[in-house]
Design a protein around this ligand. Structure first.
Ligand SMILES: Nc1ncnc2c1ncn2[C@@H]1O[C@H](COP(=O)(O)OP(=O)(O)OP(=O)(O)O)[C@@H](O)[C@H]1O
Length: 408
């Protein structure tokens, strides 16, 4: 049995595929896999280990560190759990998009580690991105709509059709913001358990700017964003200015949230409600996820305009969580943008997307940057092909906290 790559697209359920791959009757070559021990590195595996640690106080993947799995950055979590699985005497290991969330160096490390273990463990790697494929694995399949696997040659290229022809719809009412300076970090520092994570951060975000925030795993990107969105109170007492006011001097978290549009894939991870696509868009006007109020006529009209702009009019009444993930992401960027916030924060928004869906997401982000005055902060490890940020802010780890530099 050789190592295998399986390409999937966002219209298909990889969960069902992965369950089959680690069942006794593995879909690849059932007779070969009979009796072999396998496991999978997936998001739900990581979530289950966090649950074990939190609720039952059982440390499995983190038994050699004092830090909890939950408090680690997403990239750190992935690395620790993979290391644990590689040391678990398995015959085969299924990796679900293992390079998502990882910085370039970690991707190179991980690829090396897979190659190093390739004589001991059979790897089955499920990928959404063609560019993530490992050269030494030449057995490659495409998951088809009917759940079967088709052997492919390596020259298959995708060509997404991008046709956002309508303009980004105008908001019902403008959000008021004084001056050009929206967010200003002046010598900001953040520590956890007395360990400095961010050091002397100076960064000003102005109206109409388009930033990409980059930095290695654990360099503090999410921590930096959480100072803006209000989830982290470590900004108080420091020179952090949000929309012209020093943080902690009067504005409530809700005042601040109202000026920000935010999207990160975890926002809808546990979302189980059956809101329609149309209502999901409108909920961005109330800063809720899912609609808890009856929409007004104007709101319904605005949602219609957005659906047209996204070429998704026909999906208005569909249940949001039943859409393929690529379409869900476009709706979520629409939801975050519907009020034309002063700042739009997109934290690893293309995580887990296939090439075509990522290209659509990137095109929509560029369009928002071009047609509105909203400032955009796009966080990604990947150099997304086609993304056109005007500036880049990079966090670089040092032994005493990460420092920030404007690199573009
Ligand atoms: N509550 C916490 N307690 C202890 N350490 C923490 C806590 N929250 C974050 N950290 C640490 O702070 C550092 C920065 O984490 P953060 O999630 O901001 O990084 P990141 O750049 O977003 O990483 P990634 O790209 O992997 O998502 C990490 O080393 C993380 O382990």
């Amino acid at each position: 049995m050789s190592h295998t790559i399986i390409f999937t697209t966002n219209t298909l359920s990889t969960k069902a595929l992965i369950t089959k791959l680690i069942e006794d009757k593995n879909v690849l070559e059932p007779e070969v896999f009979q009796g072999l021990q396998g496991d999978a590195l997936t998001k739900s595996k990581i979530e289950a280990l966090i649950f074990e640690e939190e609720v039952h106080d059982i440390k499995t993947a983190t038994k050699n560190t004092s830090q909890s799995l939950k408090s680690m950055s997403s990239g750190e979590q992935r690395k620790v759990v993979l290391e644990h699985l590689l040391n678990s005497n398995l015959d085969y290991l299924v990796l679900d998009n293992p390079f998502d969330n990882l910085d370039h160096e970690s991707i190179a490390d991980l690829k090396q580690s897979i190659e190093k273990n390739a004589s001991k463990i059979i790897f089955i790697i499920v990928l959404s991105r063609k560019s993530d494929a490992l050269d030494f694995i030449t057995t490659r399949f495409q998951l088809l709509d009917n759940g079967s696997l088709a052997l492919i040659d390596n020259s298959n290229k995708s060509n997404p059709e991008i046709h956002f022809t309508k303009e980004i719809p105008k908001p019902i009412k403008s959000i008021h913001g004084e001056g050009d300076s929206l967010i200003n970090f002046k010598n900001i520092e953040v520590s956890f358990d007395e360990k400095l994570i961010l050091k002397n951060i100076n960064w000003e975000i102005k109206k109409n700017s388009f930033w990409q925030l980059i930095g290695k795993n654990g360099s503090g990107k999410t921590t930096l964003l959480s100072l803006i969105t209000g989830e982290n109170n470590k900004g108080y007492g420091q020179e952090l200015y949000l929309f012209g006011k020093k943080k902690g001097t009067g504005e409530t978290i809700w005042d601040i949230k109202q000026k920000i549009g935010y999207y990160t894939p975890t926002l809808t991870h546990n979302f189980k409600r059956t809101d329609t696509v149309k209502n999901m868009l409108i909920s961005g006007l109330n800063d809720s996820i899912g609609l808890y109020k009856i929409p007004t006529e104007n709101q319904l009209l605005l949602a219609k305009e957005w659906l047209e702009a996204l070429n998704m009019e026909h999906l208005a009444e569909k249940v949001f969580i039943e859409l393929p993930v690529g379409q869900q992401r476009l709706i979520m960027i629409g939801r975050a943008m519907i009020k034309h916030p002063l700042v739009l924060i997109l934290d690893e928004p293309t995580e887990n997307l296939d090439d075509d869906s990522a290209a659509l997401f990137v095109a929509l982000t560029n369009k928002i940057a071009l047609e509105t005055t909203t400032a955009i902060i796009f966080v990604s490890h990947r150099e997304e092909v086609g993304l056109n940020p005007k500036n880049k802010f990079e966090l670089t780890k040092t032994t005493n906290g990460s420092i920030g530099t404007i690199t573009k």
